[in-house]
Ligand binder design. Structure first.
Ligand code: SF4
Ligand code: SF4
Length: 417
């Protein structure tokens, strides 16, 4: 009952305040250092990287930034890393944020949680704590993290939080290493009575290394995981149906970015650079040199209003709300914000065809009716439908609505959104 009321309130606030471009949600990467060396990670640095530590924001700098964002209307704050507890003074940063009344979520791998930290969080409760599991078995977990002993430390952290009845959630990331244990991790979370979720969308590292992609699943494997949890496909469909662009209208017409980043949310990296989100690294504003208000009102507004320089298939895409691709992801993988990443595009089209969402022809998109890879993707869809039947998953009936193969001009597609 409570969570429904909260979700409703949150939606209302977002809808109303997005129109006014209030920076409701902040993400602070407090450190990129981490005691783990996970194979899929996009930004971890060694725990004892002293040069990185010296560059991190000081507690006084956080105080100033928190004051400024509270005044600007920020309500939700997410602390992430790297590993948040890599900062020995993380609880002091956290306390400063708590004192300003933010609703705080903590992302952690759980391995550095001690009884003292758990006690403190029990006294000064966050809104949520999310721990990422890297495997159900010790072997898989430590193959991902490449640190012996990390499995036991993570489970001790989970136990410490559960004993204090803290608002814990568990999650994992689908990779070639973890994929066979995802549902065992879900069952483990359910046995503890805590929510669980997973995501399989990996990106290159922000230092441009492509190493994480070595453990990325294929688009077909990603969608098969969706099929194996009967709640996921309807949830994707619901997301696609619910997405409202009206509040963001001035910020989506032919813009490179088409999400809430820079409209209702922003991110600050460990070194005080503010951007649209943690993945967007090209356009940053230095909060050490200027005020939050100036960065938000002028710099990020301009970033958010950047216009596309050429026709793009994403501009008119009616399944964009379900897509994990976006300008920041394009920038990381293709070095070009306007060039869509094939992995995300193919995964999303597979999902859409399985959900029987009617798709308009689009000469810029290989996966649309009449385009180069349409037959190829339909072969994958047929295999996935067969797999769904094996798993006993009911998909929306194939309607065979035949869409007219009218090829719109690229210019029309760009201005369609
Ligand atoms: S990751 Fe992409 S969709 Fe998400 S906030 Fe960043 S730019 Fe927007
Ligand atoms: S599905 Fe493809 S065309 Fe649509 S938004 Fe995603 S990357 Fe762009």
């Amino acid at each position: 009952m409570e969570s429904v009321a909260y979700a409703h309130l949150s939606r209302l606030l977002h809808k109303r305040l997005l129109e006014q471009r209030v920076p409701l949600e902040a993400t602070f990467e407090v450190s990129r250092r981490c005691p783990l060396v996970c194979q899929h990670c996009y930004n971890n640095l060694p725990m004892h990287d002293h040069a990185a530590r010296r560059r991190e924001l000081s507690l006084d700098e956080y105080r100033r930034i928190f004051d400024e964002i509270a005044e600007a209307g920020t309500l939700w704050v997410l602390f992430t890393g790297g590993e948040i507890l890599a900062r020995a003074d993380f609880l002091e940063i956290y306390t400063e944020a708590k004192q300003r009344g933010f609703l705080i979520t903590l992302f952690t791998n759980g391995t550095l949680i001690t009884p003292r930290i758990a006690d403190y969080l029990a006294e000064w409760q966050p809104f949520a704590i999310e721990i990422t599991l890297y495997g159900h078995t010790r072997t898989t977990y430590e193959r991902m993290t490449r640190v012996p002993g990390s499995y036991d430390r993570c489970h001790r952290g989970i136990q410490l939080l559960l004993e204090r009845k803290l608002p814990l959630k568990l999650k994992t990331v689908g990779t070639t290493i973890t994929k066979d244990e995802i549902f065992a991790m879900r069952d483990f979370a359910e046995s503890l009575g805590v929510p669980f979720k997973f995501d399989s969308m990996l990106n290159p590292r922000i230092d441009c290394s492509q190493a994480p992609l070595e453990v990325r699943l294929t688009p077909e494997e990603v969608i098969e995981l969706d099929l194996r949890d009967p709640r996921r496909l309807p949830a994707w469909q619901d997301l696609n149906n619910r997405y409202q662009t009206a509040a963001m209208a001035p910020y989506v017409t032919n813009t490179v970015y088409d999400c809430g980043g820079g409209v209702g949310s922003f991110a600050v990296n460990p070194y005080g650079e503010m951007s649209i989100c943690v993945l967007s690294q090209m356009d940053t504003y230095d909060l050490r040199q200027g005020s939050f208000r100036d960065g938000w009102e002028h710099f990020l507004r301009q970033v958010r209003l950047q216009q596309r320089t050429r026709p793009a298939k994403c501009a008119g895409c009616e399944i964009r709300p379900m897509c994990s691709g976006c300008a920041a992801v394009n920038e990381l993988e293709n070095g070009d914000k306007e060039s869509a990443v094939d992995f995300h595009c193919r995964a999303n089209h597979l999902r859409a065809y399985l959900l029987d969402i009617p798709l308009k022809p689009n000469p810029l998109c290989e996966y649309r009716p009449g385009s180069a890879r349409y037959e190829d993707i339909q072969a994958s869809v047929a295999l996935l439908r067969a797999r769904a039947a094996e798993l006993g998953v009911t998909l929306p009936a194939t309607s065979r609505r035949s869409l007219p193969v009218i090829q719109p001009s690229p210019a029309a597609l760009v201005s369609a959104k």
